[in-house]
Design a protein around this ligand. Structure first.
Ligand code: MG
Ligand code: ZN
Length: 371
């Protein structure tokens, strides 16, 4: 048995090496097969295919979604339910596990699971998180915190302060300085080496030797219709300017948080304006990736919200196909499969239909060039 084992081990060794050679050879021809140096994950919360489609019907500019060649679909069923929330949805991406609704970076037994941000940070990469909600909200939190419930935003703020995140921008000041325990975590962030700004985004010229925190709203950021302006594309651009100084590479998560809120409110214009902003932000990421040549960009959503449909206009209760009058089927989330758009080295892994937690492995997989 021992001899057979050794024999198999040798065969395995030979095969592995043979494969490695092939991978490396073909990798030179097809750089898409490699592990990217940098990863940018953009999550449009609540962004189903109809939400994406608004970029093609309501946007004056050419949609940045057109720049993707590799497209797939994911199924997002959580543990213990048919429909996912944003916490279980983001934890699937961040930690590669299915969990229950409300779970932040923990598995179904509430055990902490290492996230992609933590794994890559430990490898020496720089990391960033940007969102238009509070930075302690379910989606961003799932990348750096480990708590049993998304409602624990004050605890999540503490975990962000102690986390591996080097750059963050979003809302949520009150979870840092108007806390039940009376502590001032803005000071705490500064003690941990963050340069904190609660008024505005920095200009360029940040140093990779420092950490940066931009907390620009008491809770969430204003919606586009209320004058958020170019916060999201600008913060993304700033994050890229900062993170790309790291010779080892970076991981950046950017969330268009309020596409979901437009869906909950059954407000088509809210969705359309948030999608325009998110589209522009995707453009920033793709421009960077194109220039850099070694950056994987993945755009997806945790789930669809609103049962949103680009329905036809009505004339005297009759369908009038000449016009659009979007409709909703629910004020909550739906179970629709969700599109995944990928660009850059490793993007071919995102083709096909798969489970949401597989996105974690697809981002980290490859021939090990960056390991
Ligand atoms: Mg969210
Ligand atoms: Zn939602």
């Amino acid at each position: 048995m021992k001899k057979l084992g050794l024999f198999l081990l040798m065969i395995n060794f030979l095969l592995t090496n043979a494969c490695n050679n092939t991978v490396q050879k073909s990798a030179r021809v097809m750089p898409e097969g490699q592990t990217p140096k940098n990863i940018i994950l953009l999550i449009g919360d609540g962004m189903g295919l109809a939400q994406v489609s608004t970029s093609f019907y309501f946007n004056d500019e050419k949609s940045n979604f057109l720049r993707f060649k590799e497209i797939g679909l994911h199924q997002n069923t959580p543990i213990g339910a048919k429909i996912t929330d944003s916490a279980a949805g983001a934890t699937a991406f961040s930690a590669g596990v299915k969990s229950y609704n409300g779970a932040i970076g923990v598995d179904q037994d509430t055990q902490a699971v290492e996230t992609i941000l933590e794994i890559l940070s430990q490898k020496g990469l720089s990391t960033g998180v940007v969102s238009t909600s509070s930075i302690t909200h379910a989606t961003p939190a799932s990348f750096y915190a480990h708590v049993r419930s998304r409602r624990m935003q004050e605890q999540i703020a503490r975990e962000l302060m102690d986390s591996d995140v080097d750059f963050f921008a979003g809302g949520g000041i009150k979870f840092f300085n108007k806390r039940k325990d009376g502590e001032d975590l803005i000071k705490g962030l500064e003690l941990k080496g963050f340069t904190v700004d609660t008024a505005k985004l920095a200009k360029r010229g940040m140093s990779i030797n420092n950490k940066y925190a931009f907390l620009l709203g008491q809770d969430y950021m204003p919606k586009m219709e209320d004058g958020r302006g170019d916060f999201l594309p600008k913060a993304t651009n700033l994050a890229l300017d900062y993170l790309s100084q790291d010779p080892k590479g970076f991981f950046l998560m950017v969330e268009g948080s309020q596409i979901d809120w437009g869906g909950h409110a059954n407000d088509a214009n809210y969705i359309i304006e948030e999608m325009k902003d998110f589209d522009k932000t995707i453009g920033e990421a793709l421009d960077f990736a194109k220039k850099d040549g070694n950056t994987l960009v993945v755009v997806t959503a945790d789930h669809e919200t609103g049962g949103f449909a680009l329905s036809s206009a009505k004339v005297r209760k009759q369908d009038d196909y000449r016009g659009l009058a979007p409709t909703f089927s629910t004020g909550g989330h739906t179970a629709a499969l969700i599109p995944v758009f990928a660009y850059g080295p490793g993007s071919e892994r995102f083709k096909g239909i798969y489970q949401n937690q597989e996105i974690f492995g697809k981002m980290l997989a490859g021939d090990g060039a960056a390991n």
